[in-house]
Design a protein around this ligand. Structure first.
Ligand code: AHG
Ligand code: MN
Ligand code: MN
Ligand code: MN
Length: 332
């Protein structure tokens, strides 16, 4: 599958991408370059994150984003870094970002790819030295390059992603991505400035005993969620909730577990955003043998209707998500 060339744990991200290029959709080299651009921006954000406490880039930025959330300085910095990396490369024609009100049309005549990105995920955890992340989805544009960007290019269901991934700035920094041929994870070696393959062909445990939900909102849950969480407790499952989606997802992906962000009174459609949070993780889950649903249909099947639309998200080990679905049917 990789033209006879071998890779193994310890292979650099660059080399891995090169070896894998033939199995990338369209295999033209542009997607490879795009992934390298993202990795570079991730290194820069990693650096900023590491020194945030010293460099006076912690705390609030003093503005709210289009969803009414108070932006943190690092939200804004990460957004700028990724915007720059993605617009300079030439492969991208349009970007959807959590921190931008509308689509950024790069007016790039040759760009074939559309990106949706959450530049900094878990921003409430920045100032307290807890894991944060970046989430990205990559699509091929539907209309021919050179023509103006249309709704059709942007509003693609998760099913149509050609690649997706996340960066976890945690106790170590990792890049995990898929191009639809399994999921691979790379760990950043700070002193060398390189990502190295550390988690080849990630497969999620079929079942698990961790549940992750903001339990403080229990009084706002629908009955289906209540009943499922009661069952988790009756089985003495472990409750683990970091409050950074990337970190909670990553742990459950490796250890087996379920993450739930249901609809609440305050957020009737849930809190998480379909285009740049749920879809990418749903694609990775799918590729790792896990599942993601909004309680009614697979996340990947949702036809988006607006840029910053929210969705309930139930994602994780296949058997746990299936069990959740059967308990909560009609009650989420
Ligand atoms: P972001 O920091 O990108 O706005 O995302 C915040 C999200 C997600 O990371 C996390 O899982 C969730 O908000 C936590 O929400 P609660 O504080 O309501 O639990
Ligand atoms: Mn936010
Ligand atoms: Mn987020
Ligand atoms: Mn964010």
């Amino acid at each position: 599958d990789n033209s006879g060339l071998a890779y193994s744990v310890g292979t650099t991200l660059d080399r891995f991408i090169k070896l894998k290029q033939s199995e990338f959709p369209f295999a033209s080299g542009e997607l490879s370059q795009l992934l390298r651009d993202i990795a570079l921006a991730a290194k820069i954000v990693n650096r900023e994150t590491n020194r945030a406490g010293l460099a006076n880039i912690g705390g609030a930025f003093g503005q709210t984003n289009v969803q009414g959330e108070e932006q943190q300085k690092l939200d804004v910095i990460a957004n700028i870094r990724f915007m720059r990396a993605l617009s300079k490369g030439g492969e991208v024609c349009a970007i959807v970002s959590e921190e931008e009100d509308s689509v950024i049309d790069l007016q790039n005549k040759s760009g074939k790819y559309v990106i949706a990105i959450d530049p900094l995920d878990g921003s409430s955890n920045i100032d307290v030295n807890i894991s944060i992340g970046t989430i990205f989805s990559i699509y091929r544009r539907k209309t021919p390059p050179g023509s103006p960007i249309t709704k059709e290019d942007i509003m693609q269901p998760g099913r149509d992603q050609v690649a997706a991934g996340y960066v976890l700035y945690g106790s170590s920094t990792m890049l995990v991505y898929t191009t639809g041929h399994g999921v691979n994870g790379f760990t950043y070696e700070t002193s060398l400035g390189e990502f190295f393959l550390s988690h080849p062909s990630i497969k999620a445990p079929l079942d698990g005993s961790i549940y992750s939900i903001n339990e403080g909102l229990q009084n706002q849950w629908k009955n289906g969620v209540k009943e499922y969480i009661d069952e988790c407790k009756s089985k003495n499952f472990a409750a683990r909730y970091i409050g950074s989606l990337v970190a909670d997802f990553h742990r459950n992906l490796l250890k087996g577990g379920i993450y739930l962000y249901p609809s609440t009174e305050k957020n009737p459609d849930g809190k998480l955003r379909l285009l740049y949070e749920a879809n990418a993780l749903a694609f990775i889950a799918d590729q790792a043998g896990a599942l993601a649903t909004n309680g009614e249909i697979p996340i990947l099947n949702i036809q988006p209707s607006s840029l910053h639309q929210r969705t309930p998200l139930f994602i994780g080990s296949k058997k746990m998500v299936q069990r959740f679905e059967s308990i909560s049917k009609g009650k989420v």
